[in-house]
Design a binder for this molecule. Structure first.
Ligand code: MTE
Ligand code: MO
Length: 423
C-alpha cells in the first residue's frame, strides 16, 4: 500500500480508479454469483482442515496480518525529526469510539521515555500546606475513577488552514484519540497537600527532557482533571506517558502532560519554559488569541473518505464519522450530500459521553452520482460547528491551531474520494 498523504502526486489514485470501476455494479453481480458455485462455500478450506494456533501462541495478541494497514502514520515534511514530532491515528479505519492505544496518535517534544513504576515520583509543591512526593503505589491508594475522554492536539487540521491539502482524515483530523482512563482525581491529591487560598494555578511538568510544562487554572484542576494510570483497561503505553499521565477532558492535548512528575501550585500562570506563546492563535490583525484551551465542537466523516473510497457501487451505503466537543455532549450531527445545501440528521450510535468521541451513522441509498459529503456537529451548549470560511473570516489565514471547520469530501461517481473545499 502506498502511504503518500499529499494531494499532488497521489500515486494511489490510478489504482483506486481501476478498482472502483471494477467494483461498480457489484450489487447486481451478487445474485449471479449465488448461482455460480463459489469454492468458498462448496470446498473445504485449509483453515477448516487443520488446527489453528494454540492458546499460548501469542501471550499478548496483535491485530491479524490482514489489518496491518491500520497503523499510525506521519507526514515526513511536517517536522525535522521524528523524536520531536507527531503521527496520526488511522481514524478512517476504526469504528465505534475507543481508540486502541497501539494506533493512537503520539506527540512528543523530546521522544517517548521509558520510566518504570519503581522510579516514578510525583511531587506537589508551591502554595500548599504540605509539599508531598508520591510513589506510584501511593497513587494507587487514592479513590479510583473511570472516565472516557478525547485528547486532540491543538494543531489537528493545522495544515488545512490555507486550503485542502492532505488526502485522508487520518492526516486532516487524526491528531486525536479517545480512551477510557482509570486513575485518581487531581483534586484529591491537591486536597491531601492542602492548597492555600492564593493558589490559583497549577503548573504541571513531565519527566521527559522537554518537560512540556503547562499552566492550568485551579478551577479546572479541581474539576475533572485526572492523574491516570490505565487506558482502555490496561496500563498506559510508554508513548502515552507510562506510568502516569494527566487527563484534562475537553482541553487541548498539550495540557495532557505525560510522565507527569511535578505539580506546582502558584498564584499566577507560569509560562512554559521553551514554548512561551506557541499554542496561541494568530488573528488577522496579528494579535493572538490566548488561553484557548477548550476544543470546540467538530466532526468528520471517516468513511467514505479519501483512504476509504466506495468499492461497491451505487445502492446501500453506510456513511459514518466522529463528532466531539470539549464543552460537553454532542447533541446532533447533520450530514450533507450536496456541500451544505441540504442537511439530514445522522443517528448517534451508542452513548454520547461529554468531552468524548461520539460515533454517528447515516444509511443512504446512493444513486451513484458525485457527492460533496459534509458533517456538522452541534453540542449541548447549542454551539454549531462552523464552515472553514466562517472560521477564516474571524481568525484569518495565518493560523495553525484550533481548526474545527467543516470538512468536505468530494465523492466521484467512480467511488474515489478527494479532499476539497467548496465556495
Ligand atoms: N511530558 C510530555 N507531555 C506531553 C507532550 C510532551 O512532549 N511531553 N506532548 C503534549 C502534546 S502537544 C499532545 S498533543 C499530547 C499528545 O498525547 P499522546 O502522545 O498520548 O497522543 O501530549 C502532551 N503531553
Ligand atoms: Mo499537541
Amino acid at each position: 500500500m502506498t502511504d503518500e498523504p499529499v494531494k499532488e502526486g497521489h500515486s494511489r489514485r490510478a489504482f483506486l480508479r481501476g478498482t472502483a470501476a471494477a467494483g461498480a455494479g457489484m450489487l447486481a453481480a451478487t445474485a449471479a454469483r449465488a448461482q455460480t458455485p463459489d469454492p468458498l462455500i462448496t470446498e473445504v478450506q485449509p483453515w477448516a482442515s487443520e488446527f489453528g494456533d494454540a492458546v499460548d501462541a501469542t501471550p499478548y495478541g496483535m491485530p491479524i496480518e490482514f489489518e496491518n494497514h491500520v497503523v499510525r502514520r506521519n507526514v515526513e515534511w511536517l517536522t525535522e525529526s521524528t523524536a520531536s514530532s507527531i503521527n496520526f491515528t488511522p481514524i478512517h479505519a476504526l469504528e465505534g469510539t475507543i481508540t486502541p492505544q497501539g494506533c493512537a496518535f503520539e506527540r512528543h517534544h523530546s521522544g517517548a521515555i521509558e520510566l518504570s513504576k519503581a522510579d516514578y515520583r510525583l511531587m506537589i509543591n508551591g502554595l500548599v500546606d504540605k509539599p508531598l512526593v508520591f510513589t506510584y503505589e501511593d497513587l494507587t491508594r487514592f479513590p479510583r475513577h473511570v472516565t472516557t475522554a478525547f485528547c486532540e492536539c491543538a494543531a489537528n487540521g493545522g495544515m488545512e488552514w490555507g486550503g485542502a491539502q492532505l488526502e485522508g482524515c487520518q492526516f486532516t483530523q487524526g491528531m486525536i484519540h479517545n480512551m477510557e482512563y482509570t486513575g485518581v482525581m487531581l483534586r484529591d491529591l491537591l486536597a491531601e497537600a492542602g492548597v492555600q487560598p492564593e493558589g490559583k494555578w497549577v503548573y504541571v511538568e513531565g519527566a521527559d527532557a522537554s518537560s512540556n510544562g503547562r499552566s492550568i487554572p485551579m478551577e479546572k484542576a479541581l474539576d475533572d482533571v485526572m492523574v491516570a494510570f490505565y487506558a482502555n483497561g490496561e496500563a498506559l503505553r510508554k508513548e502515552h506517558g507510562y506510568p502516569v499521565r494527566l487527563v484534562v477532558p475537553g482541553f487541548e492535548g498539550n495540557m495532557w502532560v505525560k510522565w507527569v512528575r511535578r505539580i506546582g501550585v502558584y498564584d499566577q500562570a507560569v509560562e512554559s519554559r521553551e514554548e512561551t506563546s506557541k499554542y496561541t492563535d494568530l488573528m488577522p490583525d496579528g494579535r493572538a488569541r490566548k488561553w484557548t484551551w477548550v476544543m470546540d465542537a467538530k466532526s468528520v466523516i471517516t468513511s467514505p473518505s479519501p483512504q476509504v473510497p466506495i468499492h461497491h457501487g451505487k445502492g446501500p451505503l453506510v456513511i459514518t464519522g466522529l463528532a466531539w466537543s470539549g464543552n460537553g455532549r454532542i447533541t446532533q450531527v447533520d450530514v450533507s450530500l450536496d456541500g451544505g445545501r441540504n442537511w439530514t440528521p445522522a443517528r448517534i450510535s451508542g452513548d454520547a459521553k461529554p468531552k468524548a468521541l461520539t460515533r454517528f451513522h447515516l444509511d443512504i441509498d446512493w444513486n451513484g452520482e458525485e457527492m460533496y459529503l459534509q458533517s456538522r456537529a452541534t453540542d449541548e451548549t447549542g454551539y454549531v460547528q462552523p464552515t472553514k470560511d466562517a472560521l477564516r473570516a474571524i481568525r484569518g489565514n495565518n493560523n495553525v491551531y484550533h481548526n474545527n471547520g467543516i470538512q468536505t469530501w468530494w465523492v466521484h461517481a467512480d467511488g474515489e474520494v478527494e479532499n476539497v473545499e467548496i465556495a
